[in-house]
Each structure stands twice: as structure tokens, then as C-alpha cells.
Design a binder for this molecule. Sequence first.
Ligand code: GLA
Length: 371
Amino acid sequence: MEQKIITAQSPGRINIIGEHTDYNDGFVLPAAIDKKSVFRISKNGSKQTVNITSKNMGNTFSFDLDDFQPIKTGWENYVMGVVYELQKLGAQLEGFDGEFVGDVPIGGGMSSSAALECSLAYGLNKLFNLGLEKWQMIKACQMAEHNFVGIKCGIMDQFASVMGKKNHVMLLDCRSLEFKYFPFDLGDYQLLLLNTNVSHALASSEYNTRHSECEAGVKILKKHFPKIKNLRDVSPQMLKQCISEMTENISKRCQHIVGENKRVLDATDALVKNDFPQLGKLMYESHFSLQNDYEVSCPELDFLVELTLDKNYVLGSRMMGGGFGGCTINVIKKNQAQYFITIASEYFKKKFNIELTPYFVSIEDGAEVSN
Ligand code: GLA
């Protein structure tokens, strides 16, 4: 008998502002985009054999549902991680075959990993009638990264990938998971992503280090403010009061998070008022804070942001995502965007000998499944 094939897809994301705030229970302003991972899966009649092909990488990987472990590194960990987390939720899976293909640039800061995880979770949920709610799949995919990939990421990427809404950004409270959609229309301006095409090796180790540094900051703050749970609860005044007890690094990390949370809320206000210059200003502030205080930028990203500073047709520019490579996100006047791409590509190539990749992304709906 021919097996039913399920097709599930889940997109990458952008983030207008709110970087590294998610794992501090803070605020983010992401949206799903027109780049996605598409997973096709079907039962293969076996009890416990899984065969998965990455069409992008051109390789196939098999594992046993009763006995699997993370490998050193690779896409296989995202797949096994999702399976593991769904099993933890009680999912009774049988053998299945799957293949996936994606156009979210890997290492571009657009979360190709969340796209992959969420498309698989959606596909398995349908194929095996697991009856999981969206939030359960979102959390399972986040935990896949913690437990199988080794990155203690926040919830932003998986949330945006699943909950995205066409032409809307979402203000997400990463503590309560309450969220609100806001129509996204920049008038004469548009978003432009510029991919540096670099992905520095530091990205994952430094990510987890930042996580610990924030926790260390909270520990000190708690001595004075026992009620706080994490940096989300800390005001600039509270931080000021404790800063002398912190190392320079810890105080800088805390400063970024406390400032960035406020910037997200201010940016949402600016968006509602169609005050795009203010939105842009906050994006720049976010970048410089990520560069100087959180220290997750890199010369390639800084170069691209600096290049926009004297261009009055660019309202805002900043690094996007975890950092150490990937894209900048820019708010640029529509009729100047092509011109800017030309000069930015030329200067970037001259400086780093790397081709820049521009993307005009559109904002789309989140994960979907069909058969
Ligand atoms: C990565 C993580 C997210 C988030 C961003 C930085 O994309 O997966 O959870 O922390 O970095 O904002």
C-alpha cells in the first residue's frame, strides 16, 4: 500500500529589534519570512528506523527510534533533537522516511535551524496524529537545540517560525509567551537584509557564555532585589545600584539587556505611530549596544552598519540574530535600495574580499502542513 506523504513547511525569521533578550525573559519583535524549510515525510512500515535526506546537503542519515544520540555537529542533531523532544512529550512514533529542502541561508541569522525543527515537528504531529498544540511544538523545538545541538537558545526563533503572520510583526513577551501582532508597513521605506556570508566559529560557545554572564548578573542583583527572577525585572536604576559589585563584562551584558528590552517597547510605539526615523534610531542604538556592551558583533557586521551612517536614505541598521556573522537588517528608502546594494557590495568586497548577499524579504505566515 502506498504511504501517505505529509508536507510541512516552516519559515525563517527576521527580528526588527530585541536581540538576546529572549533567554532573559524579555521582549522581541520578530516576523516570519518568505524563506523556509519544507519537510516531506511518510511512514516506512518499520517499527523504528528513520531515514532522513537533506536535499541541500545531498546526504542521508538513518537512526533507530529506540537508540540515538547527538553527533558532533550537523543538521542530523536538529532532526534527532526534535524526535527526542516529541518522544519526551509521549509521542508514539514509528519508522518514517523524510526529506527536507530549505532556502533559509545557513548562518545568515535568519534561523534556518528553527525552520528545520518546526517543519519536522509539524510534519510528525500530522503524520502520527500526535495532537500537539502549537506552543508544545515551539517549546519542543527550542529544547531540541538545548539538548541535542548544545545551544541554550531562547524561544524567539521557534515562536516566530510557527506563529508568524503575513505582513505583521509580533511583539512577544518571552516570559508569559503573550504576544500581539502589529501591521508592518514602512511606507516609502523597506527592509533590506545584507548577508555578510561569514559565520565565525565563536557563535555557539559565546552564545552560551552570554547566557551564563546574564545569570551571574542576576545573582548579584538578587542580593539587593530578592524578588527579581532575571534581567527582565531589572530597571536601569536597579542596575546602577549594583554595578560596582559586578565585573566590567557582567555589567556590560546586563546593561545591554536592560536597555534592549526598553528599546523593543519604544520601537513598537514608534511603529504604531509610523515614526520610522525613531524606529531606525533605536535599531542603531541596539547595534551599538550589541557591538560594545554585549560584544556579539564582528568587523564585517560593524562595517556594514557604519557604511549606512552618513546615508540619509537609511533610517536604521543593525546586526540581526545571535551575531558573530550573518546579516544586518536595514530600513532603507525604496528608491535608493538598489544603489546602496551596489556600493555596499563594492566596498565590502574591497575590504573583506567577500561577496555580499542582499535580500528583500517579505513577511509571511508561519508553519503550515498539508497532505
Ligand atoms: C539566536 C537564538 C535566539 C535569540 C537570538 C538572539 O537566534 O536562537 O533564541 O537568542 O539568537 O536574539
